[in-house]
Design a protein around this ligand. Structure first.
Ligand SMILES: C[S@@+](CC[C@H](N)C(=O)[O-])C[C@H]1O[C@@H](n2cnc3c(N)ncnc32)[C@H](O)[C@@H]1O
Length: 321
């Protein structure tokens, strides 16, 4: 159970409620594995920094055009998180993530929009709360103040979904649904205004997430070829994870999507003989044309700032004909 801000709490979650929330879920894998993942323990870590910088930059770019836009978040989490000021040893992920950027006297200009949104959530200047992707997107859309934009949020975790819903109660253009995001995105596309950003950020707790991601994207591209798709993936020593970027580059046809960008950030050397996360990547289909230049400047800085050892590195590749 998490508190309204996604803070780990002691009370066990209500099993009846859990059953109700799960009625719409029928994947081909055991649900118990997915339920063990709580993003609150990882909020604000290096992976969140990378994915949220790319998300904020992409959404800001799309919002420059006056026509309505849909934002679809297939794996939404809670929305925002309370950062534990004294995390137990080994759980200090945000201290090696957003905390390393927070006090930077002269951060790169390209970081300002993202940092500004984190600062807005911490108006007293103390870093205590961290915005998840739904909060970042909703704030950008609210600031743009356009009536016809819509935010679609999907979250399957029975304890997290009510917190997500509560956090956006009363927001007219935000729809939260307790459903499988991989399946839901198919039904939603193409978006009514024919403009949309789809953010796909699975926890990859289930091995089937890798396959389901590729299948969902194949179908999404058939339905909405011109959409902007942002996919986060872990860099870990697992066969499915290592193969994923190559599979993404072949989406749709052997030659793959025409326009794509791939940004990776590794904060340390691969753990010897282990599966631990040592970096992550973002694969963007139909990226904003401004994204390569923004990341070209920012990624080397982030790799230095977030480095946990001398093997930290970054890479950026793209094809934008
Ligand atoms: C990495 S977290 C998402 C973090 C969030 N996107 C952010 O940036 O703040 C992944 C979330 O997906 C949820 N989840 C896992 N499988 C799902 C599925 N098939 N459909 C919807 N949500 C799922 C998990 O419970 C977890 O909250």
């Amino acid at each position: 159970m998490l508190t309204p801000l996604g803070e780990p709490a002691r009370r066990p979650h209500n099993a009846c409620n859990q059953k109700k929330q799960l009625e719409s879920f029928n994947p081909d894998s055991p649900i118990s594995a997915m339920l063990s993942y709580r993003h609150a323990f990882h909020a604000g870590n290096h992976a969140d920094v990378l994915k949220h910088v790319v998300l904020v930059e992409s959404l800001r770019h799309l919002l420059r055009k006056a026509t309505p836009l849909w934002y679809v978040d297939t794996h939404a989490g809670v929305g925002e998180y309370r950062l534990d000021p004294k995390p137990p040893a080994g759980q200090a992920e945000w201290l090696n993530g957003i905390a390393r950027l927070w006090d930077e006297p002269v951060p790169p200009a390209a970081l300002a929009p993202y940092l500004g949104l984190v600062r807005a959530l911490n108006p007293d200047g103390k870093l205590r709360r961290y915005p998840g992707s739904p909060r970042l997107a909703a704030e950008l859309l609210r600031a743009a103040d356009r009536n016809l934009d819509k935010v679609w949020l999907y979250e399957l975790q029975p304890s997290d979904f009510p917190l997500l819903e509560k956090s956006f109660r009363g927001c007219r253009n935000v729809r939260c649904t307790a459903a499988d995001g991989f399946a839901a995105v198919r039904g939603l596309l193409p978006p009514a205004p024919r403009r949309g950003l789809v953010f796909i950020d699975p926890s990859y707790e289930l091995q089937s997430d890798y396959r389901r991601l590729v299948e969902a994207l194949e179908e999404a591209l058939q339905r909405f070829e011109t959409g902007c798709y942002l996919v986060w993936y872990p860099i870990v020593q697992r066969a499915e994870a290592l193969e994923l970027p190559a599979r993404l580059l072949r989406l749709g046809s052997p030659s793959g999507p025409a326009r794509w960008l791939r940004a990776e950030l590794r904060v340390r050397a691969p753990p010897a003989g282990g599966y631990g996360l040592y970096g992550s990547g973002m694969f963007v289909i139909n990226p904003p044309w401004t994204l390569p230049a923004t990341l070209q400047d920012l990624l080397p800085w982030l790799a230095r700032r977030l480095a946990l050892d001398e093997r930290a590195s970054q890479s950026l590749e793209y094809q934008l004909p």
